[in-house]
Every structure is written in structure tokens, then in C-alpha cells.
Design a protein around this ligand. Structure first.
Ligand SMILES: *[C@@H]1O[C@H](CO)[C@@H](O)[C@H](O)[C@H]1NC(C)=O
Ligand SMILES: *[C@@H]1O[C@H](CO)[C@@H](O)[C@H](O)[C@H]1NC(C)=O
Ligand SMILES: *[C@@H]1O[C@H](CO)[C@@H](O)[C@H](O)[C@H]1NC(C)=O
Length: 375
């Protein structure tokens, strides 16, 4: 990036200004819109540049490997389903297809969707609330549009998987089972992306409730955010792709706080895997959530927790942290307690972070669910 900026500076001032602008796409929980927001890295401002009406409220959105497609849940639909948009540019987002859940997934809420970044680019969908013991593997057309459910697979009674992550080589899928208090490992069939059960690791502590899971790109370490106990935990994997819990867990609440007042939300690796960012949200709108960053050492071992500080608001259903692709120190944070997106920047001494830009998006309570950086 630094090299590029220097090169662009030679090319001319206008290009340099252009290079400082980044686009994000933001989903909503209960209104049918996608918002395109621009972050100006030089001026440190956020601006709403486009509002795309949709036919789904997406509690979760994710971009395909080439950013030409955006996938979303339809959280409020009566028949649980997933939607697919083509993305020509961040302001030209067009609905393409809807795929309905199959098997045991009928009657549940779709909660999470993420595509594999490896061919054949299968897309994985998860469900929540009730006995959400199912998951779907979906195929895509050559252009990346969602095509069909190719597999409806089962976790176990009591399961509710809120997030998944791929092993570094995309041979395995890890599922964070919030309802079942476990992390599952499935092997991925390289020809079509379908899954086969491999193993299940129950959490040591009752009701710790893994919500999201992240794999370090070198493959040895897997991290999870525990919604029930408001912690970040790490696991070691071996050649057999089994997971082993490691002792140190990082708190996402302060001394004196009660874990039952919070429901920890998200973890995500920074652009160059220097930090693991984490966020927590408070049930009570009068309390604030938390944001934190943890050192990621060589190979992926988690080191020091740099800071744990309050967010602007409770976060509502969100407070989802989304690291930028251009700077390890910069993340976006979404909130639906009042409806906004912020950009946060880690201090140079790493002992804290602060919101450098804030944008209220008033859409009647739906915004903002999660954000994805387009550039
Ligand atoms: C993607 O491919 C499918 C299947 O060939 C086609 O129906 C659809 O129109 C294509 N979408 C775009 C945006 O080209
Ligand atoms: C993926 O992880 C495994 C296990 O740690 C490791 O042997 C392999 O080299 C990793 N692959 C890549 C591409 O980093
Ligand atoms: C945030 O979203 C949830 C889920 O749709 C909704 O129940 C809640 O009312 C929203 N918060 C606000 C303040 O609108």
C-alpha cells in the first residue's frame, strides 16, 4: 500500500486523493436495503453514497472471492432463504437469485452466509433460533450467482450455528455452534464443496456459546468468540485437523461486569493478520459494548490483549467489527441500537483505539447489521 501510494503520488494529486477513498456495503436487520458508504482515509469521514432497495433484510452479508457477488441472509422471510446480488461496482448491486433452505432447515431463520474463496466457490449457509440443527451447502453458477442447495446437512439437536470458517487450505470447515456449545469440524469435498462430519469439540465451560470462528491463514490456530462468557478463546489444530483448547482466554468485559449483561459478537483478523479484533455488545441500551484487539504472533499464536474499551453505544444486535483491507489499525463497527456505522483506528502505541468517523443511517431500526469492505 505504501509503495502504491508513493507511485500514485508520482502519477498525480487527483489519483492520490482517489486512493484514499474506500467503499463499504452495509446490511440491515429488518428493512430491505443495502447501504453503500464511503470512507475517506485522509479526511477521516464517512459518507452515504448509495441506498439500494432489496427484497431481503440481511442479518449477514459477505462478498465472493472476486467481489463480483454479494450473498445475504433473508432473516425475516417466512421461508428461510439466502439471496444473491451481482456487484458491478459498490453502487451497482443487483438482485439475482434466492435459494430456499432444504431438509430440516425449513421453518428456521437464516443467520449467516459465507462463500469459499477456493473453486468451486460453494457457499455455506447457517440457521438460528429454535432447533437449528441444520446447515446448507449451495452451489453457484459460473458467474458466482447462487444456484442451488446441493446439501442439507445436520449438526445435532440443540445446535444453532452462528458462524463458520475455512481451514487455511479450504479442506475443512469449522462451525461455531452457539446453541450446542461446541465447535464442529467437517471435511470439504474439493469437487463440489459438500461436507462430511469429522469431529466435534465441546467447550470446557457450560454456556460459553461459541458464536463466530476464525482460522489463521497458516492453519495452526483457530479462534472463537464466546457469546455466553464474553471471551475470546484459541485452539491448536493438528495434522488430523482436531482442535485442542488452549488455556488463556481473553475477556471482553471488565472486572465488575456480568457476562449475563452482554452477548459477545465478533472476532476478525486485521488486513495483514497482525491483530485479532473483537467486539462485545450489551443487552441494555443504556450500557455500552466493548471493542478489543489482541496481538497475533508469528504462526498465529495469540499474545497480549492490547486494550478493551467501551464502544459508543450498546451496539444493539450488532457492534460487528469489520477490519479494513488496507490498514491493520482500521476497522468498521456497526450499531443498530440507534443505527450507525463508525470507523475506528488503533492508537499508535496500541494501548487504545478511537472512533475517527461516524455516520448515522436512519432507516427505521434496521440498520446496521454487518459491513463488508469493498475496497
Ligand atoms: C449468471 O449466470 C446465470 C446462469 O447462466 C444466468 O441466468 C444469469 O443471468 C447470470 N447473471 C449475470 C448477472 O450475468
Ligand atoms: C495449512 O496448515 C497446515 C497445518 O498447520 C500447514 O501444514 C500448511 O503448510 C498450511 N498451508 C498453507 C498454505 O499455509
Ligand atoms: C435492532 O435490530 C433488532 C432485530 O431486528 C430489532 O429487534 C431491534 O429493535 C433493533 N434495534 C433498534 C433500536 O431498532
Amino acid at each position: 500500500m505504501r509503495v502504491m501510494k508513493t507511485l500514485l503520488a508520482v502519477v498525480g494529486f487527483t489519483t492520490l486523493v482517489g486512493a484514499a477513498k474506500h467503499q463499504l456495503i452495509v446490511g440491515t436487520f429488518s428493512t430491505n436495503f443495502l447501504y453503500t458508504v464511503e470512507y475517506d482515509d485522509a479526511a477521516q469521514t464517512l459518507e452515504l453514497v448509495h441506498k439500494t432497495p432489496t427484497n431481503a433484510a440481511s442479518s449477514w452479508i459477505s462478498l465472493s472471492h472476486d467481489k463480483k457477488n454479494l450473498y445475504g441472509t433473508d432473516w425475516n422471510s417466512e421461508k428461510p432463504s439466502f439471496v444473491s446480488y451481482s456487484v458491478t461496482d459498490p453502487q451497482t448491486i443487483e438482485y439475482q437469485a434466492r435459494v430456499f433452505g432444504s431438509g430440516d432447515c425449513v421453518g428456521l431463520k437464516s443467520i449467516f452466509i459465507t462463500p469459499s474463496l477456493q473453486p468451486p466457490y460453494a457457499v455455506y449457509g447457517n440457521y438460528f433460533y429454535g432447533n437449528a440443527k441444520c446447515g446448507n451447502v449451495m452451489s453457484v453458477h459460473d458467474n458466482g450467482t447462487l444456484r442451488d442447495v446441493i446439501q442439507g446437512y445436520e449438526y445435532a439437536d440443540g445446535s444453532a450455528v452462528h458462524g463458520v470458517s475455512f481451514s487455511n487450505d479450504s479442506q475443512y470447515l469449522y462451525s461455531a455452534d452457539d446453541g450446542g456449545n461446541a465447535i464442529w469440524v467437517h471435511s470439504i469435498n474439493p469437487s463440489d464443496g459438500s461436507l462430511e462430519y469429522h469431529s466435534r469439540l465441546n467447550m470446557d465451560e457450560e454456556k460459553s456459546d461459541p458464536r463466530h470462528v476464525v482460522t489463521h491463514p497458516e492453519g495452526q490456530y483457530v479462534y472463537t468468540v464466546l457469546e455466553g462468557t464474553s471471551q475470546v478463546a484459541q485452539f491448536l489444530t493438528n495434522e488430523l485437523h482436531k482442535l485442542y483448547p488452549m488455556k488463556a482466554a481473553y475477556p471482553l468485559i471488565n472486572d465488575g461486569d456480568k457476562a449475563s449483561d452482554y452477548w459477545a459478537d465478533e472476532i476478525a483478523l486485521s488486513a495483514n493478520n497482525k491483530y485479532l479484533w473483537a467486539s462485545n455488545r450489551a443487552y441494555d441500551a443504556n450500557r455500552k459494548g466493548y471493542i478489543s484487539a489482541i496481538e497475533v504472533q508469528e504462526g498465529g499464536y495469540l499474545g497480549k490483549q492490547y486494550f478493551l474499551i467501551e464502544t459508543t453505544n450498546s451496539g444493539g444486535f450488532a457492534n460487528a467489527v469489520a477490519p479494513s483491507p488496507f490498514d491493520d489499525a482500521i476497522v468498521a463497527l456497526t450499531d443498530n441500537s440507534t443505527g450507525f456505522i463508525e470507523v475506528w483506528k488503533m492508537d499508535d502505541d496500541k494501548n487504545g483505539a478511537r472512533a475517527v468517523a461516524h455516520l448515522d443511517i436512519e432507516d427505521g431500526g434496521g440498520c446496521c447489521a454487518n459491513a463488508v469492505w469493498y475496497s
